[in-house]
Design a protein around this ligand. Sequence first.
Ligand code: HEC
Length: 118
Amino acid sequence: MTINPKALGALLVALAMSMGCSGASPGSNPLVHGMESPPDEVVEGCDMAQKKCTRCHTMDQLLTTKVGNPEAWRMYVHRMRLMPGAGIRAVEEPKIVKCLVYRSFGSEGLATLEEKAK
Ligand code: HEC
């Protein structure tokens, strides 16, 4: 078997990105990847989620977790914030929730969160 240099290159790029040495250029966050014109708050929240949640979870876990409704994300993020050593600040919680809810349920999901917050 020979190693295809192109595939190797792609692998190294992916590795560098997963180690976070590519800087915070927009679009390098897999949580945001594929979103069409996400709101700023969502992008911000996804950056936080990428930094904080991956202390204990793999990005893959975050990307593949399915929840039934926006409220479930809110509860998860709250519970995770209270984990010892999570290092998630209270002000970050709602933003991370927005990222995850937007990913799973789009802007309609976000709207239900905002309804509740009133
Ligand atoms: C300090 C380590 C830590 C951090 C940081 C953390 N988690 Fe967790 N997470 C855990 C542990 C341990 C469990 C399993 C125990 C549990 O479910 O209470 C878990 C469970 C979960 C589950 C439930 C999986 C299931 O099948 O029940 C989800 C979803 C989740 N985490 C998402 C997140 C998200 C999103 C973030 C970022 C906001 C995050 N976690 C940050 C440690 C962490």
